[in-house]
Design a protein around this ligand. Sequence first.
Ligand SMILES: C[S@@+](CC[C@H](N)C(=O)[O-])C[C@H]1O[C@@H](n2cnc3c(N)ncnc32)[C@H](O)[C@@H]1O
Length: 294
Amino acid sequence: MLTLHPNYLKPWQCHPSTPNQPRNPRFSLLPKSRTLHSRTITSNTLHENNQTTQPSSASKIKRLVLSPEGRTKLNTYPDRDFYAFPRFVTHVDDNFIATLTELYRERLSPGSEILDLASSWVSHLPKEVEYKRVVGHGLNAQELAKNPRLDYFFVKDLNCDQKLELESGCLDAVLCTVSVQYLQQPEKVFAEVFRVLRPGGVFIVSFSNRMFYEKAIGAWREGTAYSRVQLVMQYFQCIEGFTEPEIVRKLPATGGAQGDRSPFGWIMRLLGLSSGSDSFYAVIAYKNFKPIHE
Ligand SMILES: C[S@@+](CC[C@H](N)C(=O)[O-])C[C@H]1O[C@@H](n2cnc3c(N)ncnc32)[C@H](O)[C@@H]1O
């Protein structure tokens, strides 16, 4: 189910017709540099001024990565119930956030159009950089409404329905921070991310060792730091058309939050809270400019 924030009447579209523009004047959905009438995007083919380019938006799942058991959660209640109340906390420590912000500074060009998947009330984008548009997605509207960086947001449980209500090939970047472990259908979500990216667009998936244990999928809960990186790499590799994923790691000097094996540490991890420094992992891949098989 898709829920849109009441301030915004229609799903965000990259090339909307005038009646679809939201009321809020902050959001110019039709940048002056792009003319609406000369460009129409359909799901798989981009026609520009009557010229057809490669069908670069089609996404194909080559194989399933997870077994049925690997997708299970200990807490089987709907995710939307779990996120019904806002959590105005940060889920990772300052070092993790600083590393992530620096990565975004390096990889995301100013003026980009970005989707922050599984977002919350905070943004990790560098404050000084201006982007053309930042769209947020998450499960708690109150959190998303507080996020100062979002021009627009939508609420959707990706374990119920993976379709993103966005046009194909309309984004330069998709981000997913400390949330990939909650996806029960990651193959379909990654295929959707591929679809909405422009050729050359980047998907940055970052995570630490923290999690809401009861809500993380079995394959993640039972894994190690190494196997989790491998898992996310496989999510990318199972989609035809992503470049070979790249790994960025930054480990704390002394073991990190996962190192605390005491009952207190276990309870903190169960609650998705933890003291100590968080290990930083990011897996990054780009949408190929040309389809691999034509
Ligand atoms: C630990 S928070 C991370 C929030 C944010 N990315 C950040 O860095 O602060 C995990 C997020 O995963 C998202 N999430 C969890 N389960 C989800 C689901 N089934 N569908 C969509 N999003 C989900 C929620 O939006 C939640 O805010």
